[in-house]
Design a protein around this ligand. Structure first.
Ligand code: FAD
Ligand code: NAD
Length: 475
């Protein structure tokens, strides 16, 4: 007789561990299988996000932001320090400590909620059976009324440019460099490339980013992407668009990269470290037995409906291994929704209001449609924008770059998208997500009282500006 559960979750990233906790909270007998091994060689819960993604990257961004400010902007406050230095191994150690704290925290939460954690690889068999191969090679077949697949994603490798962990790096390698590389190369000017490029640029690396597309940050609103390109250039990030990388090879302690530039000319460039960050793909290798019945779509993601159901009775899939943005909070919301659906409650995730944040300086955040997406869809719009340069709090913080832009329907005034670049916009975007979830109009945002002096006044004024009545600038 195999052990039987109400719910078995495969994967303990932010999608899977949240699903497991919520299912257990709802009284369901729950197990969560995860195969991740942490830097200390021990099983670690939390998936990509906690171990080698969101959290460690934000820890390094914070350390390097502080160091950069000490070098360049503290003097504006009258603060000076003699010859500041940064000890990179200490910075990496701090990051590792935060990771250990958080991954250990998930183990504690599992215990508190009576989720059984199984350290090993899970494979979905037919009839909702799950084969678990433990790290010591032992196997066990478990059965469940419901199985939630939350296997996450892995980085895409460019053919002929394999990751080697020392010179040609994926996200894991880029988070563990122990000394400042003189020349840091990045292939892909996406979210990881810009965040990790910023980390090493702030510590003094010469950073070159090779991007295939002719447009910078094509997913962002064009007005925001323009400001971002200008600010990153000022910081010394050398972002080259329209590049076709043809090869990279390690020669001694260097990486030699060849590419064709936007004008069609062949170029060679040499780096000390090369990060390849050209996107991620669903991690489904070895996850599904041939007769599991679960199908993949042409992009290799697990096929699901709007409720994350795979079409196979009792089998669900969530997070990075299914359609939609590859973001931790999107996966977590799907995890909660699926656990609630399994328990007979309502559960739904609105993919149209998932916020995006890029944690560079300035930060970039958005929710909803860009102006171009509205125009392409034939939706008539009106927009309002307000710069942080006119916000008292931003001046007090010495962070006056960027702006907030609100896009509203030209006739109904309903907010269709909000796009920001500037200080702490990662926090400001939450208000706009709430507004969009409640189908707010720009007039609603304009009539809501915002505390003074706060950065949120930029949101308020942008809403007023939609109707050309911003107070603190000429309309
Ligand atoms: P994952 O976090 O990938 O977890 C899946 C887990 O399942 C892993 O532990 C994996 O080992 C395990 N697994 C896979 N297959 C099996 C199997 N067969 N058996 C057992 N276990 C299995 N998102 C944000 O929202 N904000 C950010 O700031 C952010 N920063 C990021 C920075 C970097 C460098 C990277 C790489 C990603 C970042 N992301 C960020 C994306 C975020 O990490 C992912 O969207 C998120 O982790 C996806 O969660 P998940 O649970 O679907 O998958
Ligand atoms: P990405 O999709 O954000 O960016 C990849 C970039 O590489 C794109 O601009 C693409 O045009 C470019 N590219 C693709 N192939 C190329 C090639 N051969 N040569 C040059 N450029 C090429 O992917 P990513 O940066 O690898 O990140 C993966 C995902 O992880 C993100 O999409 C995001 O979902 C998630 N993530 C989120 C955050 C965050 O929320 N702050 C941070 C990091 C990662």
């Amino acid at each position: 007789m195999s052990t039987s559960y109400d719910v078995i979750v495969i994967g303990a990233g932010p999608a899977g561990y949240v699903a497991a906790i919520r299912a257990a909270q709802l009284g369901l007998k729950t197990a969560c299988v995860d195969d991740f091994i942490g830097k200390d060689g021990k099983p670690a819960l939390g998936g990509t996000c906690l171990n080698v993604g969101c959290i460690p990257s934000k820890a390094l961004l914070e350390s390097t932001k502080q160091f950069h400010a000490l070098l360049h902007t503290f003097k504006d406050h009258g603060i000076s320090a003699a010859e500041p230095t940064i000890d990179v191994p200490t910075m990496i150690g701090r990051k590792d400590k935060i990771v250990r704290q958080l991954t250990g925290g998930i183990a504690t939460l599992f215990k508190a909620n009576k989720v059984t954690a199984l350290a090993g690889r899970g494979k979905l068999l037919a009839n909702r059976q799950v084969e678990v191969t433990f790290h010591d090679g032992a196997t066990e077949i478990l059965s469940a009324t419901n199985v939630i697949l939350a296997a996450g994603s892995v980085p895409i490798e460019i053919p002929g440019i394999p990751f080697d962990g020392s010179h040609i790096l994926d996200n894991v390698g880029a988070l563990n460099i122990e000394s400042v590389p003189k020349r840091f190369g990045v292939i892909g000017a996406g979210v990881i490339g810009l965040e990790m490029g910023s980390v090493w640029r702030r510590l003094g690396s010469e950073v070159t980013v090779l991007e295939a597309l002719p447009d910078f940050l094509a997913a962002c609103d064009a007005d925001i992407a323009r400001v971002a390109a200008r600010e990153f250039k000022k910081q010394g990030l050398d972002i080259r668009l329209g590049c076709r990388v043809s090869g990279a090879k390690v020669v001694g302690d260097e990486v030699h990269v060849s590419y064709t530039d936007a004008a069609g000319a062949s170029q060679d460039v040499v780096f000390d470290k090369l990060l390849v960050a050209v996107g991620r793909r669903a991690h489904t290798r070895g996850l599904l037995a041939e007769d599991s019945g679960v199908r993949l779509n042409p992009r290799g993601q697990i096929e699901v409906d709007a409720h994350c159901h795979t079409g196979v009775e009792g089998v669900w899939a969530i997070g990075d291994c299914v359609r939609g943005p590859m973001l931790a909070h999107k996966g977590s919301e799907e995890g909660i929704a699926v656990a609630e659906l399994i328990a007979g409650k309502a559960g739904h995730v609105n993919l149209d209001t998932i916020p995006w944040v890029i944690y560079t300086e300035p930060e970039i955040a958005w929710v909803g449609k860009t102006e171009k997406e509205c125009k392409d869809a034939g939706i008539p719009v009106k927009t309002g924008a307000f710069p942080f340069a006119a916000v008292g709090r931003a001046m007090a913080m010495n962070e006056t770059y960027g702006s907030v832009k609100i896009i509203a329907h030209a006739e109904t005034d309903r907010v269709l998208g909000v796009h920001m670049i500037g200080p702490m916009v990662s926090e400001l975007i939450a208000e706009c997500v709430v507004a969009m979830e409640f189908h707010a109009s720009s007039e609603d945002l304009a009539r809501i009282c915002h505390a003074h002096p706060t950065l949120s006044e930029a949101v308020h004024e942008a809403a007023l500006a939609v109707d050309k009545r911003a107070i603190h600038r000429a309309n």
